[in-house]
Design a protein around this ligand. Sequence first.
Ligand code: ZN
Length: 271
Amino acid sequence: MPELPDIVVLAESMDKALRNRLIEDVTVNQPKCLNVSVRRFANQVRGRRFERSSPRGKWVLSDLDTKWTLAFNLGMGGEIRLHTKNEEPETKRERVVLRLDDGQQVWIHHWWFGHVHLVPKGHLGSHPQIGRLGQEPLADGFTADILHHMLEGRRGWIKKYLLDQSFIAGIGNVYIQDVLWYARLHPKRSAGSLTRPEVEGLHQAIQRVLNEGISYGGGPGEQDIWGNKGRYQEHFMVGYRTGKACPECGTPVEELRVGSTTSYICPKCQI
Ligand SMILES: [Zn+2]
C-alpha cells in the first residue's frame, strides 16, 4: 500500500505529466470505485483539463479546471500509469481509463479498496475519508511541540498512533520501521511515556525517513506515472531485514508482532 513518500513521488510525476492536459474521454470499468454515478462522473470529467496534482496522506488530489478535484486512492497494489495511444487496456484490470487530447491514456488500477472520487475543490474536509486525515508530517506546521501535545497522556503503543491516519497522515508499515529505529524507540513503548528529547528525536526521524523515501523515488512495489520504481528498500536500516546486522550496533534485527502488524527492530538500540 503506498505511503506518503510514494504518494509524493506519484503526485509530482502526475503534476508534470498531466497539468493542462485535456481529458477527451473516460471509461469506467469498476463503477464501485467512484463516489458518484458513472454518468455523472463522465459528464464532469470529460472535456476538462487537469490542473495541479498534489499529495494528501495516502491520496493524490488532481484539480480539474472546474469546481471539482479528482481524488485518487490506490488501496492495495494500485498504480496510475501513462500509456501510449495504441495500447489496449485490459478492461478487468484497469478500473478507470482517461484518454487525453493527444491519445495518450491514464490507466488507473487497484486490486481492492481503491477509489476515484469527485470532491468539490476547496471542500476536501467534507469528504468522509480525506476530511478525517490528521497532521501532514512534512508540513511546516507539524512541529515537535505539536507531536508532544498529541502524544501526551496516551497510553497505547507509539506504533499504533503513528499508523493511525487520523493522527498523522501517510505513515504505514514500510517507513515506520526505520522511523522507530532512528528514534531509538521500541514499537510497544507507551506513547505518553516518551520524554521531550525522545519526542524531538521521533519528530526528526519521521521527517528524515519520509524525505529519504521521496529522494529514493518511493518504496517497494511503488512507481511513478511513468513506471519508474521506488528504491527505498535498498536503503532500509532495519525494515524487512530480519537476522541482518543493525547498522548502528551489529545486533541481529528481530521481527515481532505488534497488534496486527509486523515490526522489525534492533533489540539493543530500540527500548
Ligand atoms: Zn542496534
